[in-house]
Every structure is written in structure tokens, then in C-alpha cells.
Design a protein around this ligand. Structure first.
Ligand code: ADP
Length: 347
């Protein structure tokens, strides 16, 4: 974005300089031309006065120059002088064009630099704010969903909780959109500013603590196996990535199902495997699940698990994986379950 702005500014600066330069060149050329014509006319007059008629002859009696020849000579001289100044002005303008383009490019860069910094900071702020908001919102959402599972809930309270849940859903959708927009623009910047050594097993443990509330309420058997693992990355983003994947696993698994989480180091790679025995993903939906706003058969999903969403989680998850130089793969069979594998290079 700023590169094209810099080029545009350079073109504008150069155009302005060139218009001014060409304007003054035209005036200079006009003045020189008037001056030349004047000088040549005066010289011609002086020659005519000096020699008068009859015109001089050489010792052999031939005319040295006829009046027409003198006029032609002057006309040629005038054209040559005009040509000389025209070429000089053209060269001067070409040098001004090249020089002004270079100076303009440099100046455009200087002018845009503080704006670019301010823009980056603003996007960074939006990314940080939405990162910070997403997690508490997911936690609130989970608690409200768990409360709604209580069959003895009084109708009035149920309605209030449902309304709250809807509001939280809307807020989460909004923060997801903000986060996705900012991540697109600042993936690298975002990564650089927050990268640190993090303990992946500890991050996963705190995600599990969160997700287990919902798993327990759905009587889902939760299994986990982890080894002590460190990697360089953003703890907030990694927390969010695995919260999305584990939340989905529990969300899309009907009651009494199984969800497992495995953290392994294999052949110089760090692997996180999240497996569930849920509703699965059809072959038709598989190529689209990482697309923004894509939801596989929402009616079937809702009837089988009661789960609702906005189709933004996996798209965000993929962005985070890419920002950490990782890969994400899915295997799934309809009505049997899904397996999401996230692989990072180990450091
Ligand atoms: P959301 O869950 O908010 O709808 P996601 O981007 O997280 O959005 O997921 C996109 C779609 O992928 C979901 O609508 C769902 O159909 C499917 N999906 C994701 N995870 C699973 C899973 N573990 N089991 C079955 N389907 C899943």
C-alpha cells in the first residue's frame, strides 16, 4: 500500500516540477527566439546599408553574394541558432526530469515514513485489542452455553442467558473480523513484535482448563498427553489457535463422545494433534472449512450438536499457523470424527 503511494507521490512531484520547468523553458525559448530574429534583422540591415546597390563583385566581375543568397544565409543561421537552443533546453529538461524523479522518490519516502509508522501502530493496536478481547469472550460464551445446558433453568433466566449469549456471539464476530483484517496486513510485523520463547505445553494446559468446562457438561471424555515443549512464537496467538481447534472439537462432538489432545516432537518437528469422535466434515466441505464465513451444513450441525458459529475460527487459526511458519492439516470422516494436526518447525 505504501509502496504504491510512494510511486504515486513521486509521479505527482515529478509532474509538478516538469510542468514548471517546461513552462519556463517555453518562455526562455520564446525570448531567445525574439532576440535572435531581432539581431539577425539588424545585421541584415547593416549589411544592406554598407554595400547598398549595386552589390560587390569579385576581381573576375562576379557578384560576391546576391541579396537572395544573403537572406538564405541569414535564414539558415537563424534556424541553426534556434535548433541549438532548442536542443540545449531539451537536454536541460531531461536532466531536470531525471533529477526531480530521484529527489521526489526520496522525498515521498520521507513524507510517508511517519504516516506508515502511525498506520502500523494503529493496526497493531487493533490486532492486540481484538486478541485480548477474543479469549474472554470465548470464556464467557462457554460459561453461558454450559449454563444453558441445565434443564432445570427457569424460563425467564434462560431467556436472559440466551440474549446474553447472542450479544457475546455478535461481539466475538466483530472482534474476529477486526483480528482477521489486522492479521492480513501485519502478519510479519505482528509476529516480529511479539515473538518470544514460549512453553507450548503450558499454553495447551491453560486452553484445556478452559475447554474442559464445556466438555464436562457434555460428558465428553477428554484425553491429553503432552511433553515439555518450547518454541518461538506469540503466546496470545498460540493460545487462541488451540482454543479455536479444541473448542471446535468439543463443540462439534455430541454428548458422550471423545476428544483427545497430543503434543509430540517428531523428526525435528513439533506436532499438536487434536482428535474428536464428532460429526465429521464431508468431502464436499473439506476444501472450504478454512475460508472466511464458511460453515458446513449449519442445519445438520445444529441438529446434531446444537453448535452455532460464524465460520471465522478456522480461517483465523490458519492465519496464526502461517504466521508461525507452521502447517495445518485435517482428516475427517462424516459421522466418525475429525483430526486436526498442527506442525511447527522445532527450534
Ligand atoms: P465456526 O465453528 O464458528 O462455524 P470455524 O471456522 O471454526 O467456524 O469452522 C468452520 C466449519 O468447519 C464449521 O462450521 C464446521 O462445519 C466445520 N468444523 C470445524 N471444526 C470441526 C470439527 N472438529 N468437527 C466437525 N466439523 C468441524
Amino acid at each position: 500500500m505504501f509502496k504504491s503511494a510512494r510511486v504515486q507521490l513521486t509521479i505527482w512531484f515529478t509532474l509538478i516540477v516538469m510542468v514548471i520547468s517546461l513552462f519556463f523553458s517555453a518562455i526562455i525559448y520564446q525570448a531567445i527566439d525574439i532576440h535572435l530574429v531581432d539581431t539577425f534583422r539588424r545585421a541584415e540591415g547593416r549589411i544592406n546599408n554598407r554595400f547598398g546597390s549595386p552589390l560587390p563583385r569579385d576581381p573576375n566581375g562576379n557578384f560576391v553574394l546576391s541579396p537572395t543568397e544573403i537572406q538564405t544565409l541569414f535564414a539558415n543561421e537563424l534556424t541553426e541558432a534556434r535548433h541549438y537552443f532548442f536542443i540545449r533546453l531539451l537536454i536541460a529538461n531531461s536532466i531536470i526530469f531525471g533529477g526531480s524523479a530521484l529527489v521526489s522518490y526520496f522525498l515521498a519516502g520521507k513524507v510517508l515514513q511517519p504516516i506508515e509508522v502511525a498506520h502500523q501502530e494503529q493496526i497493531q493496536f487493533v490486532a492486540d485489542a481484538s486478541h485480548e478481547l477474543r479469549t474472554p469472550l470465548t470464556i464467557m460464551k462457554t460459561s453461558l452455553e454450559v449454563t444453558l445446558l441445565d434443564k432445570h433453568l427457569n424460563a425467564e433466566i434462560r431467556q436472559t442467558i440466551e440474549e446474553n449469549l447472542e450479544a457475546v456471539n455478535n461481539l466475538q464476530q466483530l472482534t474476529d473480523r477486526l483480528l482477521l483484517t489486522s492479521l492480513n496486513e501485519t502478519q510479519v510485523a505482528d509476529q516480529n513484535s511479539k515473538i518470544e520463547h514460549v512453553r507450548l505445553d503450558q499454553i495447551l494446559k491453560s486452553v484445556v482448563a478452559q475447554v474442559q468446562i464445556l466438555a464436562k457438561s457434555k460428558e465428553i471424555f477428554f484425553h491429553q498427553s503432552m511433553t515439555k515443549t518450547s518454541l518461538r512464537g506469540s503466546s496470545t496467538q498460540l493460545y487462541q489457535l488451540f482454543l479455536i481447534l479444541l473448542d471446535n472439537a468439543v463443540k462439534y462432538t455430541p454428548t458422550h463422545g471423545k476428544v483427545s489432545l497430543q503434543l509430540i516432537q517428531q523428526k525435528g518437528k513439533i506436532k499438536v494433534v487434536i482428535k474428536d469422535t464428532g460429526i465429521g466434515i464431508s468431502k464436499k466441505d473439506m476444501p472450504h472449512i478454512f475460508d472466511r464465513f464458511y460453515r458446513a451444513d449449519p442445519a445438520r450441525t445444529k441438529s446434531e450438536t446444537g453448535a452455532e458459529g460464524f465460520g471465522l475460527g478456522l480461517s483465523l487459526a490458519k492465519q496464526i499457523v502461517i504466521a508461525h511458519n507452521g502447517e495445518i492439516e485435517v482428516k475427517s470422516k462424516l459421522h466418525q470424527g475429525s483430526e486436526f494436526v498442527v506442525t511447527f518447525p522445532s527450534q
